[in-house]
Structures are given as C-alpha cells and as structure tokens.
Design a protein around this ligand. Structure first.
Ligand code: SAM
Length: 337
C-alpha cells in the first residue's frame, strides 16, 4: 500500500484531513468517573476485528491520512493489541503512529513501542494513590508509574495528559509541574468536557485553562507559549524555565481549535465521526462485512462514504455553542478518546 496521498480528503471549509483517531475497543480496565458512567459495552460481534481496522487504515492512508492514534477504551485490554500495532507499522512504515493509554498494562510493552516508533500519550489525572483510586475506580497508580518509568527508560516519546477538574485534582498542579520539571516531560492539562450523562462534569468542576495558566505561572517560571501543531497537536505548551519540562493546556471548550481540525474518528464498532461534537456517525462496518459484494467494490463504496462524510464535517464549536452542557451524547470511551 502506498503512503503517498493521491487525492487528499478535504472538507467544505478547505480543511485537509490527515489524522485518524481509531478506537480499538470500548472496553477499559479503569472506571473513570468523568468518562465511563455505566458498564454497557458494544457486543463483541459489532466490534471491528483487527483485520477490518487494518483495511480501513489501508484505505485512508492513500487519501492523505498520515497520522493514526490508537485509543479506546483502553487499547491494551484488547487481546492481540501489540501484534496489531506491529502489523500496522509493517504495512505503513512512514505512518506517524501514536497511542493514548492509561498505562496500566503498558510497562512490558515499552520496548516494543520504542522499536515501532510509537509516540505515547499517557493519561494520568492524579499522583496521589487514594485519589487516583477514587477517580478511576481502581487502585492502580503504581502500575501507571511503572509504565512512566518504562517509557522513559526506553526513551519513548511521551506526553502526560491530565483532565483538569476543579475540586478534584486542582490542588495537584504543583505536583504535576514538578513531575514535568524533574523528569523533563511534557505535562498537559485538558479542559474537562461534558460528555455523556451523569459524569463528574458540572460548572463547578470545570476548570478553565486561563485559570490553570494563571495558577501555574505563580508556581513556576513559564517561558513564552509555543504552538507546534505537528508535535503538540492542539496543545499550547509553555517551557518551565530552568528545566527540560514543559507545561501545556488543551482547551477544547474555552478556545476551540476547529479552524485547524484535521481529524476523523473511527469508533470501535466501525462508525466514522468527523467531529467529536457532532453526533452524526457513518456506519462503515456493515458495508465492509457484506459478503455479496466483491471486496474491491466494498472498499470503493466505503471510500465514497468517507469522502462524503468529510465534505459534511462541521465546525464543532457551532454545535457546542448550541448545547453548552453536553459535548456529545456518547461517552469518550465509546467514541474513542
Ligand atoms: N484508556 C485510554 C486512556 O486513558 O488514555 C484511552 C481512552 S481515554 C477515553 C482518552 C482520553 O480521554 C484520556 O486522556 C481521558 O482522560 C480523556 N477524557 C475522557 N473523558 C474526558 C472528558 N470528559 N473531558 C476531557 N477529557 C476526557
């Protein structure tokens, strides 16, 4: 499969699509109170098989997708995930391959991630064991810290992401800044988004980036803002002066990045979403599985759906403005965070 884009995907606002976030499973080994609120899962038979995901990546790469982030649910809970990553890398040596993980099962795979050239975002919302257990529903902070050590030991490109929740982890800002400074890491706070129903989100737990930055600036000396979208995505990063660490903010609510959005999302049940905030989904899996149509034709039809969906990719902020208190009806873990 060629990695050179032949006809790039472009939406009606002229945004070119280069980035796929692929949810490999909706299952997770944590029960974060801001994310998953129930225990309902997509039935196994409706979840994409790895070979189906590989076919879709094969189809999207020639359309200009050069970056794929594997997410979930928790990718490592799905059996065969390391082998899947290896096959993806073999099929697409040039692909910018990334992973979002809670790290609980990661440590034994750190060396493989380095060998495959996978960049990792590690989600970590608290550095206090008891609080970590209360937020995630599992007493597993030591496993995540083992993952952090293993990733740094193997020199895997790494960022830490924490969901910023007022009254939950706001008192840990000094500890996260120290983590970034001491370990020479990027630590980013993501604004808490209202997703699904019944999560921790409320006006009082929402902690806007502006206030986080103000507090961080009182604790450490921050250098000027850096926006390098190729490396940092939508995050605005601030060097912590005198250290190799950086502190960053991701602001989906207070300062959206729709104008430069280049993303597509694929849910674990094979539904294409062109915007996190838009609940319109395009079911690719039933078509991909049709046995009465030759495969080449099926893939051609899927490609057309993708192209059509892209032309209808909205400006998410417009949707958000209409329903302030609910970013999306599905939770992050079912869409793929
Ligand atoms: N299990 C993996 C992990 O924990 O990184 C991948 C899936 S998780 C849904 C992806 C990311 O979405 C995590 O960093 C999580 O903190 C973030 N997330 C989930 N719900 C969120 C919300 N309501 N607002 C902001 N970030 C959220």
């Amino acid at each position: 499969m060629q990695d050179n884009p032949s006809s790039p995907l472009r939406d009606s606002f002229g945004r070119e699509i280069h980035y796929l976030r692929l949810s490999v499973t909706d299952r997770c080994n944590l029960r974060c109170r801001y994310c998953r609120v129930d225990n309902s899962f997509i039935p196994h038979e409706r979840v994409m098989r790895y070979e189906e995901m590989e076919k879709l990546v094969d189809l999207l790469v020639p359309l200009g997708v050069g970056k794929v982030r594997l997410t979930g649910g928790e990718p490592f809970v799905r059996k065969g995930f390391p082998e899947f990553l290896t096959r993806l890398r073999t099929a697409h040596p040039e692909l910018d391959l990334r992973l979002t993980t809670n790290g609980v099962m990661l440590a034994p795979h750190a060396q493989l991630l380095k060998e495959l050239g996978v960049r990792v975002n590690l989600s970590l919302d608290s550095l206090k064991p008891q609080r970590f257990a209360s937020v995630t529903g599992r007493d597993l902070l030591p496993r995540v810290l083992d993952a952090l050590d293993a990733l740094q030991h193997h020199d895997v490109p790494l960022k830490i992401n924490a969901v910023a929740m007022r009254g939950v982890n706001d008192d840990e800002l000094p500890d996260f800044l120290a983590l970034a400074a001491d370990r020479g890491l990027d630590v980013r706070f993501i604004e808490f988004m209202p997703m699904g129903e019944g999560t921790l989100w409320s006006d009082s737990t929402y902690w806007p980036a502006r206030e986080i930055l103000e507090s961080a600036g009182k604790l450490v000396k921050l250098g000027p803002a850096v926006n390098n979208s190729a490396l940092d995505g939508p995050a605005t990063m601030y060097p912590i002066l005198g250290t190799r660490g950086r502190f960053g903010l991701i602001t989906p609510l207070s300062c959206h990045f729709c104008a430069t959005c280049n993303r597509l999302r694929l849910t674990s049940d094979g539904r294409l979403r062109t915007c996190l905030f838009d609940d319109r989904e395009y079911a690719l899996l039933p078509l991909l599985r049709r046995t009465d149509i030759p495969e080449e034709r099926r893939l051609e039809l899927v490609r057309r759906i993708v192209e059509k969906a892209v032309t209808r990719k909205p400006v998410g902020a417009d949707i958000l403005a209409k329903r302030r208190n609910e970013v999306a009806r599905r939770t992050m873990t079912s869409i793929g965070g």
